[in-house]
Design a protein around this ligand. Structure first.
Ligand code: ZN
Length: 383
């Protein structure tokens, strides 16, 4: 099916990867879907704190193919709550020294914001971090909010509720409050190179999104589903087409391949078919002329959106930008080289801090096994 698509180089800017045992499966999926380069976006992990070691281990095996956007060290949110931004500003240097290409922040996803002691993004705690990020021009993939339906008891899809993503009970941050915080940050730091994941969840408010893109020339969005995004786009394909033409330099291709395995229990492979469906959805939308049908039953978190979608049939030069060039402009034409000694150092630090963090959270058992495995790999003792 993917042969139906144009033969344009693809760099997927939004892939999840949470364990070295998934390496073979992921590489097979990338090959089968002709994804030449991928960006691993690292989210925090309850038992292991960080998935950055896993991603850099993958990058060590495929140094020309794999970019890594490292997650911030969430232990700082607990230990240096008021001054976490100073800590994060320094931690960015650690990420860079290990060989990361950017930063991933999932801290704006409402359930994360509730679970972790995350201060206001536009408050004093984070301020030094934004100063640093703007100054060094390091790109950040930032997940802020979720589909607007998730705050509405009448509209929240059943599958989202099952994931614990109904946010309307008053115990979660409101999406407009969070948009406000983030826009305040951009007004103070217009040089910040930011890629808002999932179209900033504004696929239903394109005029508003256009206003932000006009105001902030370094702001970007990625096309990672949220199926609701493509459902919204399909309602008005002509104006969506014009939007994509106008903002062709600001939109990046992404799929969320690996997200399902990440949310599942350890031991689950990244599924070939589920991944392919994500590729088919985004690429059909970008490339097809007219309607296309997608059977979403096997699509994880795709709910009951089975049915017709509209393609916007973009010209090749625009596809080129969305599929890879916009990402490469932000993250570099080649992934940055890794530094084994720095990675070992960070894994050793994680091995010390994981037991402390897990002891502080009742019922939580820390897991240092991957950190250990990655140390062994970089010391030449294991694969
Ligand atoms: Zn994701």
């Amino acid at each position: 099916m993917t042969d139906l698509f144009s033969d344009i180089p693809v760099a997927d800017c939004h892939i999840h990867y949470g364990n070295p045992m998934l390496m073979k499966g992921l590489m097979n999926i990338l090959d089968k879907n002709r994804i030449g380069k991928c960006n691993i976006v690292c989210t925090p992990h309850e038992k292991r704190l960080s998935l950055v070691p896993d991603a850099l281990h993958l990058k060590a095996h495929y140094p020309e193919k794999v970019y890594v956007f490292g997650g911030l060290d969430i232990s700082a949110l607990f230990m240096y709550h008021e001054t976490c931004g100073t800590y994060f500003a320094n931690y960015v240097d650690t990420l860079l020294a290990m060989g990361c290409d950017g930063v991933k922040m999932i801290e704006g996803k409402p359930d994360m914001r509730k679970r972790l002691p995350i201060p206001a993004f536009d408050g004093p705690a984070y301020a030094p971090y934004w100063v640093k990020m703007e100054a060094i021009g390091l790109p950040v993939v930032f997940h802020v909010n979720d589909p607007e339906e998730f705050w509405d008891v009448k509209q929240v899809p059943e599958w989202a509720r099952e994931q614990g993503w109904y946010y309307g009970d008053g115990s979660y941050i409101n999406n407009e409050v969070q948009y406000n915080e983030v826009i305040n940050v951009l007004r103070r730091h217009p040089g910040l190179k930011v890629i808002f994941a999932h179209f900033f969840f504004l696929s239903n408010q394109l005029e508003r999104l256009a206003g932000y893109l006009d105001e902030f020339p370094n702001m970007h969005v990625d096309l990672t589903p949220g199926i609701e995004m493509f459902h919204n786009f399909s309602k008005k394909p002509q104006s969506v087409h014009d939007f994509f033409i106008k903002y062709q330099d600001r939109i990046l291709y992404g799929t969320d391949i690996g997200a399902k395995a990440l949310l599942a229990e350890v031991g689950e492979e990244i599924e070939l078919e589920e991944s392919k469906m994500r590729v088919d959805l985004v690429r059909s939308f970008l490339e097809n002329e007219g309607g296309f049908r997608l059977n979403t039953e096997k699509g994880y978190l795709f709910g009951k959106f089975s049915g017709w979608f509209q393609g916007i049939h973009l010209p090749k030069e625009v596809l080129n930008k969305i599929y890879s060039r916009n990402f490469e402009k932000l993250a570099g034409k080649q992934p940055r080289p890794i530094n084994a000694a720095k990675i070992i150092q960070e894994c050793q630090r994680l091995m010390e801090i994981i037991p402390i963090m897990s002891a502080a959270q009742p019922g939580q058992i820390g897991d240092t096994s991957v950190a250990k495995q990655v140390i062994n790999y970089f010391e030449g003792k294991a694969n």
